[in-house]
Ligand binder design. Sequence first.
Ligand SMILES: [Zn+2]
Ligand SMILES: [Zn+2]
Ligand SMILES: [Zn+2]
Length: 335
Amino acid sequence: MEQTAPKPSSKIRAPPIFIQMVGIKPTIEYLKSMNISPADFIVREFDDKFTRIYPGSIEIYNSIIAAMKTSNRKFFTYTPRQLKIKTIVLKGIRGGYDENDVKEALEDLKLNEVRITKVSKMIFDKNKPNLYHFIVSVTHDSQTAPMTRTKRLLSQPIRWERLRKPIIFMCKRCQQTGHSSSNCHLAPVCVKCAGDHESKDCHFQTTQDRSTLKCINCNETGHPASYRGCPALKLIADARKADKQQNIMKKRKITQAINNYVKPGLTYANKVETMHNNNYYPPLPRNKTSAPSYNWPFEEPSTIQPPPQVNTLDHSMDNNSNRIDRLMADIYTTV
Ligand SMILES: [Zn+2]
Ligand SMILES: [Zn+2]
Ligand SMILES: [Zn+2]
């Protein structure tokens, strides 16, 4: 029977789900057994442990997550875009005001497009508790400009800065990179000894010899999985930096293409409309060979690049290359 593509209920793409299951067929059979219609998702191979599921909508995403939780499946995913928060650093508030005072003062400004979810205090140096800033979190759909235009708060001059995010962040549950423990339903791996228990339950004592530490990501002893000098983490950091560079280039190319298209007398809005109405603007090159039926809101995985050659790794990491691939999962699944 011909399957028809489902109607997207929202324009927002659902993030992929990585189920710890091998094979496309067993994955589809499992989802069917959980009453998820095969018309509502796409399944792709990922590696020797995980299979990727692309839900057709955010509602389907939620149903699949719920099904996996009730059936105790191991999986990880990413936070849906609309649930992500934006964070900004607020500097300059002194004089004993705490996070609640700041939150209230910001809310008193009655900024329409801004919904504050949280304000937290950030102390940089434990020895200098008076040196602090505030981190203001707002919902994903909030505008930050009305807030960052504000130059005074609690009768003090303030300034706003972007919060610098680390190049790599690690899941505190499974010690893989790219996803956070709040989206992780994999078996726990200990950061200190690579054992199959949560890090807080480890037998390792801080007084113990550091050579007994073991890193799950590179298989070496003598450092924990969170060690920034870990060869596996360094490799991922490099890949991520390269990927960032590539994204900047891509954006530049698109902007250039748009600029080249702009003609005198045509506003940008006109132009965008023309592009959409007449299908005038040539689509960006896409490789359609592997997935012929992308007429629905899935992230087309065709832009996925193969992971870089891992020939700089020593022998122990060669054996571990599948894990390295997985650590890079989010690089190669996001555009
Ligand atoms: Zn994890
Ligand atoms: Zn342990
Ligand atoms: Zn390591």
